[in-house]
Design a protein around this ligand. Structure first.
Ligand code: AOF
Ligand code: ZN
Length: 369
């Protein structure tokens, strides 16, 4: 479809607003990424983005910059302006009071506290509202927020690194390192983006990882470390217990020995007793984590957890790093073990696949269908 005139301009300004929103990537949880651009007579007079949850919204920063020029101007916002008194007052009210003439948004805010009421408030005040400009881009920008606000479930990102023959370790269990340095740096950038990082007890026992974000030259943020450890076997000497570099949650079942649970608690980590039975129910665990506003979890899980997650359809997004190496060995572990499916028609399907070359490694990313 050919685009011209006004609509083309709308897209250009909205693209700018989306770009601004991205400045705060990984910093706004559980709030969305939002950008705003105020345009008066063909000139940008104010810009802003939401920086951190609990602080002013994007529109408020843009209005502050525009000052009196906001009167009669058009504001481009990547999300419907809010209508509720949350930790901050409603942006729609601020826009009306500033005398904004027109509001162009990319998408409605599915937050039940807003959900169209922001648009209604603006229209009731006689302000023109245009909705749906670069909607798809805005949906992609806020994939984490959109899932969490609508379901209170965290957005689940599964990452794995394998050889070209699909192994995540050699037949002796040697796994450091499969991918190259650049790929590993990319993983740290991913850790920086998400609220939680999850591994199974097997990974803790085998690798004693720290699961922190380590980025050269930039201060990354450490995700909350979540260890799935049904029987509370995490050693008190494990890095995730002793380093105090980030919060650690150990998820156990009611069958975990009380003495182990107590010892872990004494060491300063949180032990979450998730359910009865022999294994931690990942679905229940995610519900509990979502309830406490952990809106995304990055899984660096190991073969067993990876298979449980796909077989229970709990994964939203997947990143597979493939190194140009072959190791062979029928006992060498692959990224998804478990019992496996019998019929191909039951395969777990992915879509919207993308590939990227990282210094000779291949990163394949996609979404659960
Ligand atoms: C906007 N612009 O920049 C953001 C919005 O607790 P509060 O007051 O910060 O409200 C959080 C909710 O406000 C959040 O769930 C989402 O619905 C909306 N976020 N809205 O108009 C913004 N960050
Ligand atoms: Zn707002």
């Amino acid at each position: 479809m050919e685009k011209w005139g006004d609509e083309m301009q709308h897209e250009d300004y909205m693209r700018q607003a989306l770009m601004l929103a991205r400045y705060a990537e990984g910093r706004t949880s559980p709030n969305p990424l939002v950008g705003a651009v105020i345009v008066k007579e063909g000139r940008i007079v104010g810009q802003g983005w939401h920086k951190k949850s609990g602080t002013p919204h994007a529109e408020i920063h843009a209005l502050a910059q525009a000052g009196a020029a906001a009167k009669g101007a058009t504001i481009y916002v990547t999300l419907e302006p809010c209508s509720h008194y949350g930790r901050t007052p409603p942006c729609s009210k601020a826009l009306i009071e500033a005398g904004i003439g027109r509001v162009v948004i990319a998408m409605k805010d599915p937050n039940p506290l807003v959900a169209g009421r922001g648009i209604q408030m603006l229209r009731d005040a006689g302000i023109e509202v245009i909705d749906g400009i670069l909607k798809q881009e805005a949906i992609e920008l806020n994939e984490v927020f959109l899932k969490w606000i609508m379901t209170k479930q965290p957005f689940i990102i599964l990452k794995t690194a394998m050889t070209l023959d699909g192994k995540i370790a050699t037949c002796t269990g040697n796994s450091q390192w499969i991918t190259n340095e650049k790929s590993r740096e990319r993983v740290h950038k991913m850790r920086d983006l998400y609220d939680g990082i999850l591994v199974g007890i097997g990974t803790v026992l085998a690798d004693n990882p720290s699961l922190t974000t380590r980025l050269a030259g930039i201060k990354g943020e450490n995700p909350i470390r979540i260890i799935v450890d049904s029987k509370a076997r995490t050693p008190l000497t494990a890095q995730v217990v002793t380093d105090h570099a980030a919060q650690t949650i150990i998820a156990v079942t009611k069958e975990a020995p009380q003495i182990r649970v107590e010892a872990l608690r004494q060491s300063g980590v949180e032990v979450l007793v998730v359910n009865d039975g022999r294994q931690v129910d990942l679905k229940i665990l995610f519900c509990q984590l979502g309830e406490r506003a952990i809106s995304s979890i990055f899984i660096e899980g190991g073969a067993t957890i990876n298979y449980s997650l796909i077989s229970e359809h709990l994964v939203d997004k997947i990143h597979v790093f493939i190194a140009p190496k072959l190791v062979g060995g029928k006992d060498a572990v692959t990224a998804f073990e478990g019992s496996g499916i019998e019929n191909l028609q039951d395969a777990f399907l992915l879509e919207k696949m993308q590939t990227e070359l990282i210094d000779g490694d291949i990163l394949i990313s996609g979404y659960a269908k």
